[in-house]
Design a protein around this ligand. Structure first.
Ligand SMILES: Nc1nc2c(ncn2[C@@H]2O[C@H](COP(=O)(O)OP(=O)(O)OP(=O)(O)O)[C@@H](O)[C@H]2O)c(=O)[nH]1
Ligand SMILES: [Mg+2]
Length: 420
């Protein structure tokens, strides 16, 4: 039982005392209550399958869940990678599972594979973002909200026997902080037993050399520590999928049939399918759901909230509350707005002054032009006046000469007539 006491420093100090119960109280049923509630609500599990077109992704899903998800094959000619997701309701005994399978479409089909991982990263982030937005809502409905965050990412490795392709390393490196990656060797029936072990070792060495962190089956829970430790050593699982069955004795067995014989999917000496199913579905499904929330989503949430300007401690490493951060951000925002307003006002004044100066200049120009025109006009007028005067004078002179000439002509005519 816990009792809170206020100590000298003013802090509340918790002291735990262990008490014995006098009789049955009933809270020992808590685990059962939890189980009942979980079973009633059902479970959600989201798997992402990343792998080249035709590598057996859909067949493996059908094999894992022992059903037919009715998928259709993808073309090899897509210009970029896309993601296709489908959600199914499954039930086993009284346990309901809402399963989402998200498949890459067109992965590895482009000549330039530099951005192949981008669609995958964007999809994973989009699911985290949707969850974050739901969490940040005032009216949250997290219990009915469909959580589409990816819990397990099966990365299908091509059974070349020659290690990983660069697209595999680049993609897994981009994803290892966002999702639980389980690498698997697809169509493992096309690699011989001796080659397979070397192939597995090479893949693990390449992952380690490139610092790619794949999902480790947890070893901190005693009940599964042993099996998980031994299974961690078998990764990447070499798997075979099939939708065909063969009859052995009176049993129908999932297998792939060849001219030379058959590969039994659930036979552990033929492939690691059973190990994968055991680890993915039967032992560690809950751990993957939990790690997705507490590790990968937490990291995403932390980065996003920091991006938004939220922080837990200030520059002096003192704790800051959400309200303090909000108020600091608000006053920063208001100060920024005020600064912008001042800048705009100053800019306006400068622009008005510039415009005024421009107008004054053009007014001056106009005055100067007007004065010049006036001057030119006066000059023109003066010149015209002068020429008018000159013309008048010439006219007077002309009239005078004309009169003179007329007079002398008259005298001359008179003289001649007198001589006669
Ligand atoms: N040899 C071998 N063939 C397999 C295996 N799994 C699937 N196949 C075959 O590979 C072909 C493609 O299988 P799918 O399951 O459709 O492959 P996928 O990756 O879903 O293909 P897309 O969705 O089109 O990208 C089919 O003919 C399957 O029968 C396997 O483990 N071994
Ligand atoms: Mg498919």
């Amino acid at each position: 039982m816990a009792s809170a006491e206020v100590c000298a420093a003013g802090k509340v100090e918790n002291q735990m005392r262990t008490l014995k119960l006098a009789g049955h109280v009933g809270f020992d049923s808590l685990p059962d209550q939890l189980v009942n509630k979980s079973v009633q609500n059902g479970f959600v599990f989201n798997i992402m399958c990343i792998g080249e077109t035709g590598l057996g992704k859909s067949t493996l899903m059908d094999t894992l869940f022992n059903t037919n998800f009715e998928s259709s094959p993808s073309p090899h000619s897509l210009p970029n990678v896309k993601l296709k997701s489908n959600t199914y309701e499954l039930q086993e005994s009284n346990v309901k599972l809402k399963l989402t399978i998200c498949d890459t479409v067109g992965y590895g089909d482009q000549i330039n594979k530099d951005d192949s991982f981008k669609a995958v990263v964007d999809y994973i982030d989009a699911q985290f973002e949707a969850h974050l937005q739901e969490e940040l809502k005032i009216k949250r409905s997290l219990s009915t909200y469909h959580d589409a965050r990816i819990h397990a990412c099966l990365y299908f490795i091509c059974p070349t026997g020659h290690g990983l392709k660069s697209i595999d390393l680049v993609c897994m490196k981009k994803l290892d902080t966002k999702v639980n990656i389980i690498p698997i060797i697809a169509k493992a029936d096309s690699v011989s037993k001796a080659e397979l072990q070397k192939f597995k070792t090479k893949i693990i060495e390449e992952l380690q050399a490139n610092g790619v962190h794949i999902y480790q089956f947890p070893t901190d829970d005693e009940s599964v520590a042993e099996v998980n430790t031994s299974m961690n050593a078998h990764v990447p699982f070499a798997v075979v999928g099939s939708t065909e069955f063969i009859r052995i004795g009176n049993k129908q067995i999932r297998a792939r049939q060849y001219i030379w014989g058959s590969v039994q999917v659930e036979n552990e000496s033929h492939c690691d399918f059973v190990k994968l199913r055991e680890m993915l579905i039967r032992t560690n499904m809950e751990d993957m759901r939990e790690k997705t929330h507490t590790r990968h989503y937490e990291l995403y949430r932390q980065k996003r909230l920091e991006q938004m300007g939220f922080t837990d401690v200030d520059s002096d490493n003192k704790p800051v509350s959400f309200q303090q951060t909000f108020e600091a951000k608000r006053s920063n925002h208001l100060a920024e707005l005020q600064q912008k307003e001042d800048e705009m006002r100053q800019m306006f004044v400068v622009r008005v002054k510039e415009k005024e100066a421009e107008l004054k200049d053009s007014e001056k120009d106009l005055h100067a032009k007007f004065d010049k025109l006036k001057k030119d006009h006066a000059e023109e007028k003066r010149k015209l006046e002068e020429s008018r005067k000159k013309l008048e004078e010439e006219f007077v002179e002309f009239s005078r000469r004309k009169a003179q000439l007329t007079a002398s002509h008259h005298t001359l005519t008179l003289g001649k007539s007198k001589k006669k």
